[in-house]
Design a protein around this ligand. Sequence first.
Ligand code: GLP
Length: 237
Amino acid sequence: MSELIIVKTTEDMGRLGAEMIASEVMGNPEIVLGLATGSSPVSLYKELVRMHKEEGLDFSGVRTVNLDEYVGLPTDHPQSYRSFMNENLFDHINIDPSNTHLPDGMAEDLDGEWARYDRLVDELGGIEIQVLGIGPNGHIGFNEPSEEFSKHTMVVPLTNETIEANARFFSSASEVPREAITLDIRHIMQAKKILLVATKKKKEILKKALEGRISSQVPASVLQLHRDVTVIFSEEE
Ligand code: GLP
């Protein structure tokens, strides 16, 4: 069953999302959280940091797996997803860095790397709750519109639309990596719960994903088949 919650501000979205994650963490201190990057979950991470600092929310046993990473960006590049996660969450909570996982976009053997990451998520026992944003073309993680839903972690070429959309984080579109490693639709769908956060600018694509035809051309539409999806939509940009 899916639930759509509409809130006024991005701050409300972050607060509500963080409450959901916090109650899962309190219920299972060694939980495996699936995490996402992008601007949409920033307010949620900010609130989790506040809950840790002011209310003692404990992450010491928590394990995390991120959805994706750019290919070819060193870990310490300011736009790598590892840097994003460190800056927005990991550096401010008491998580053990060795329990935080992202694909290695600098691996020499990229095929070996996606296979390792794919196995890792299974070895951790799968994802309890997966945080998602949605791309302007309906992508989740970096599962871009394509002929079929992906069944394993993989290296994917980014579409021009995604390169353009993500250029705002780089000095120009030409600096945006052309490929990424992404967790697949199967692993996302196997998460016990899904929490998708989106703001006003995603209104159209979100409607298409939640109400339109289920199609790998709109990857997020597959979430209609998941039994526990919460969508928090902020009416603010
Ligand atoms: C990137 C990420 C996605 C994210 C999307 C939307 O492409 N790979 O996981 O959902 O951006 O980002 P934003 O929330 O900044 O619009």
